[in-house]
Design a protein around this ligand. Structure first.
Ligand code: CA
Ligand code: CA
Length: 158
């Protein structure tokens, strides 16, 4: 009898420990999806590009780099229900004007690219890349200080 009570107590204790992180997850409303071995997160809050990058890093992730047709399709699919939003991605030319690279990997953007017509427009104050809602989420360089939703990516360590 004693051991049954002890077991019941242990069961309740374990359950309550497990339920805490689950509740914490629900609070943020961030959406997660997967493609290949990578995990992605669509934020539920708007931040400037720098703070968006920091938010991803706190999650053990980084802003998304879209490097293939397949990865692009997965991301487009995930944001297709969010028709009124633009999203920050990892692209930037902060290091050297006009030389766009993925901040998350340090590699130059390409060969896969998905720029909107006449983008990147290369304006002196447009150094961060968004998925622009006005052109079917094609890429556009804009001012990094604008507050937008954003997409994080995490790849397994290799
Ligand atoms: Ca990627
Ligand atoms: Ca632009």
């Amino acid at each position: 009898m004693y051991s049954i009570v002890k077991f019941a107590f242990l069961f309740v204790a374990v359950q309550s420990v497990v339920s805490i992180p689950a509740n914490e997850d629900e609070k943020t409303l961030d959406l997660r999806f997967e493609y290949g071995n990578a995990t992605y997160l669509i934020s539920s809050m708007r931040l400037d590009w720098y703070h968006a990058r920091n938010y991803c890093k706190v999650q053990g992730m980084d802003l998304v780099s879209i490097e293939s047709v397949g990865e692009n399709s997965a991301v487009m699919n995930a944001v297709s229900d969010m028709l009124t939003e633009s999203f920050w991605i990892s692209g930037s030319d902060l290091y050297q004007e006009g030389a766009f690279y993925w901040d998350s990997t340090g590699r130059a953007i390409g060969p896969f690219q998905n720029w909107a017509p006449n983008e990147p427009s290369g304006d002196r104050n447009e150094h961060c890349v968004e998925l622009n809602i006005n052109v079917n989420h094609l890429w556009n360089d804009v001012n990094c200080d604008l507050e937008k939703l954003f997409i994080c990516e995490m790849n397994p360590c290799v």
